[in-house]
Design a protein. Structure first.
Ligand SMILES: Cc1cc2nc3c(=O)[nH]c(=O)nc-3n(C[C@H](O)[C@H](O)[C@H](O)COP(=O)(O)O)c2cc1C
Length: 387
């Protein structure tokens, strides 16, 4: 079982994650993890905090000469802006945040709960996901994420070329939309307002058979949705066609099944092909060999420079909500977070299915199960005939 826990406050000394169940034998490319962390810090519309931090992962355990050992891997990020004990208690809770419900739930002040609820924690989730991607890469699975809408401005992908996304100030695959999006972020900032948006993550090279239909908590779509929904400010998750499927007749939703004998040796799909991918690569809680498509909807930042209405916690009289230094738009960052969170869930399903104490064990199990699946397909007619 591949799992992790995170710890740390937004302005505490450091953030820490412990990743357990990561197979041995994976070369740990720290530069790749750091590049993902850097991307999370970027994107047009971020606040001052990102200029103060330079996230670089420190790996404290679980590797030997740069290769994973199978022991728990500790990932640590230092907070340059560590000042937790010096920060004041906010007088009035902010709507859209943990401030009110959390301080009552834990019988503490607002500061204690907002520091842990902060999306600073997502830096660790990116580091953990990037680590997982090193394992995925070793078995031919890749994940990429991008922004498909921001502030209500659609940015449908014009290409799948990642250099386009990496050149975009807002991480889209649509340079034409970028101009309008950047202008919208500028306008929101001027008005003391904030913007949300939609991001998409696509997993390619995933074999048929990750997840399962037999139990609710083993369904891959359910696991992905829970993981993505747990990201701060994500308010909805779609797989494939998502909510649009509810509006169409079945004939416009179901993906036809075809067989191409020239690709029968393909280890991912065994020659089965789908001309459309409305299912987003998952049917019955199980990957079907098509690209897995996960879409996440991020609300706008709740902390407004033009402070929203609230009440003073001591007097209960109306007062503007407290202001914490904030982003105007963190949708580009959310695309990096979703991409890496999705990667972790896929890696976790992979390790679970292929009982992976080591990379070699995962690779051997993958090969063995592919052989078994091919034999099963070849003997299909006989099995049916014999009842
Ligand atoms: C990358 C990222 C950056 C964020 N930055 C801020 C921010 O600067 N200010 C803010 O008020 N909320 C920010 N948020 C959103 C809050 O963390 C989130 O809304 C809050 O913790 C309440 O959680 P909920 O919206 O999931 O209910 C950010 C979220 C993400 C994903």
């Amino acid at each position: 079982m591949l799992r992790y826990l995170t710890a740390g406050e937004s302005h505490g000394p450091a953030l820490t994650a412990i990743v357990e169940g990561f197979p041995s034998g994976v070369a740990i490319d720290k530069t790749f993890i750091d590049r993902e962390l850097e991307r999370r810090q970027g994107g047009y519309g971020r606040g001052k905090r990102q200029k103060l931090e330079t996230d670089r992962v420190i790996i404290d355990s679980g590797t030997f000469h740069g290769v994973s050992t199978g022991a728990p891997i500790t990932l640590r990020l230092i907070n340059n802006d560590a000042k937790l004990e010096r920060l004041a208690e906010p007088a009035s809770p902010r709507g859209g945040h943990i401030d009110l419900a959390g301080s009552i739930n834990y019988q503490t002040g607002i500061r204690q709960v907002l520091e842990r609820a902060s999306a600073r924690e997502t830096a660790l989730r990116v580091a953990v996901g990037a680590l997982a991607r090193l394992l995925l890469r070793a078995v031919g699975i890749e994940v990429f994420g991008y922004v498909s809408e921001l502030g209500g401005i659609a940015a449908p992908p014009l290409s799948r070329d990642l250099s386009v996304r990496d050149a975009s100030p807002v991480y889209t695959l649509n340079p034409e939309a970028d101009v309008a999006i950047v202008a919208a972020i500028d306008a929101a900032q001027k008005a003391g307002d904030t913007l949300g948006g939609v991001v998409e993550a696509v997993v390619t090279g995933c074999p048929m058979g990750l997840g399962s239909h037999v139990q609710y908590d083993r369904k891959l779509d359910a696991r992905l949705a829970a993981a993505v929904m747990s990201i701060q400010a994500i308010k909805a998750v779609e797989i494939g066609l998502g909510v649009e499927a509810a509006r169409r007749p079945g004939s416009k939703v179901m993906d036809p099944i075809q067989f191409d004998p020239d690709h029968a040796e393909d280890d991912r799909r065994f020659g089965f092909r789908r001309p459309t991918n409305n299912a987003g690569g998952i049917e019955g809680g199980t990957s079907n060999g098509e690209p897995i498509v996960v879409r996440a909807f991020k609300k706008p930042i709740s902390t407004l420079a033009a402070r929203g209405p609230s009440v003073n916690m001591a007097t209960k009289s109306p007062t503007p909500a407290s202001y914490e230094r904030s982003d105007v738009c963190a949708v580009p960052a959310a695309s990096v977070i979703v991409e890496n969170v999705v990667a972790f869930e896929i890696a976790s399903a992979l390790v679970e299915k292929y009982v992976g104490t080591s990379l070699e064990a995962v690779q051997a199990a993958l090969a063995a199960i592919h052989t078994l699946n091919r034999q099963h397909l070849a003997s299909w007619g006989e099995e049916q005939a014999s009842g």
